[in-house]
Design a protein. Sequence first.
Length: 203
Amino acid sequence: MAISDRSVLCVYRYDPLDRLADCSPAGQGSARFFYQKNRLATKIQGQIQHSLLRTDEHLLAQRRTENNQSDCALLATDQQQSVIVAQGLAFAYTPYGHRQPSTGPMNLPGFTGERVDPVTGHYLLGNGYRAFNPMLMRFNSPDSLSPFGEGGLNAYAYCAGDPVNRVDPSGHMLKSFLAVLKRQVVSDSRYSIRQMAKIRYLL
């Protein structure tokens, strides 16, 4: 195939912090992305705005706003923060995160709470740093921290071959979701202790 016969499916633009800032699929309006604490918070495409509501590591809901009218979809997630129920629909994933496109809207978060790229069906981890292909069960490009850094020996592997017990939101290094859960439990415990102390003080 000659180069001149190839068509551009999508144009991706990045901000100075190397985060995905704009996505322009062919024949569609440009989508802009906004972040809070290094996590995707809002996507705006034309007159439609999608905003994710979360607390710490947990997804709670997604709000959709169009023409000053808003509706909110509550998100039910599993221990990895993969969305399994939303808008009356149930979702299922393979161990590496593949979800049938026909099972739900592409604008909803997917595996481990990450956004699915509508053009490729891949997850752009690390706010667009690296594309993870759930069908091939690997990244499309090597990790800049591999092989001698925290990226691990295999520069293309996802979670060192253990996607059930580990997650990789940054696209750089894996982490155990049990460790994330432990941090959340400790944080909740400290909050409860502070609240009890305030109540005792008021009494």
